[in-house]
Design a protein around this ligand. Structure first.
Ligand code: SF4
Ligand code: SF4
Length: 175
């Protein structure tokens, strides 16, 4: 043990330093906020609770193709089709890791992750989202221009991303 370490040990230097730090912070402004009465703004593009998107006529966009379920790494999306229609669409939210792959994979822009993060519950069943819950989440959190803007700003690829860039070589067939 060096002399410096010995002095530090005898005079509790580390403890004194920590106490000095605590004292210096005691009279400064608190960094905590009084949630839920105070709230911080939500980060743009936040990935919260799921919703199933509706078209301007108010109908569900989802056609039940199953791409979202196929790509979901947590396998938490269940889709049941009957007579060519989506009979049930369910998301087991407790298993979701909010990766956003379902949103990216959907060719119809039919599933979104809303800004809602306040859905904690004591019951597991309440966190098993049905098609009806998911559609009502669209009305609650994404209806109108908000939903449109959300897709445009935060989700890729979109149809316009598939346009061939000017500089890219393209196959033009045999002459
Ligand atoms: S966000 Fe990811 S884990 Fe959650 S449902 Fe979508 S694909 Fe699955
Ligand atoms: S949400 Fe999209 S990807 Fe998933 S089943 Fe519906 S249309 Fe297909």
């Amino acid at each position: 043990m060096t002399a410096k370490e010995l002095v530090n040990k005898i005079f509790f230097v580390e403890i004194l330093k920590a106490m000095a730090l605590t004292l210096s912070r005691m009279f400064s402004h608190a960094v905590t906020i009084q949630y839920p009465t105070e709230r911080r703004p939500i980060a743009p593009g936040f990935r919260g609770q799921h919703a199933l998107a509706k078209n301007p006529e108010g109908k569900a966009k989802c056609v039940g193709c199953g791409l979202c379920a196929a790509i979901c790494p947590s396998q938490c999306i269940q889709i049941f089709r009957e007579k060519g229609k989506v009979a049930r669409y369910e998301v087991e939210v407790l298993r979701c890791i909010f990766c956003g792959f379902c949103v990216e994979a959907c060719p119809y822009g039919a599933i979104v992750l809303t800004e809602n993060f306040e859905y904690s519950n004591y019951s597991k069943e309440a966190l098993y989202m049905t098609r009806e819950n998911l559609l009502s989440n669209w009305d609650k959190y994404m209806a109108g221009k908000k939903g449109e803007d959300y897709f445009k700003k935060f989700w890729r690829p979109m149809s316009e991303d598939f346009g061939t860039p000017q500089s890219q070589a393209v196959f033009r067939g045999r002459r």
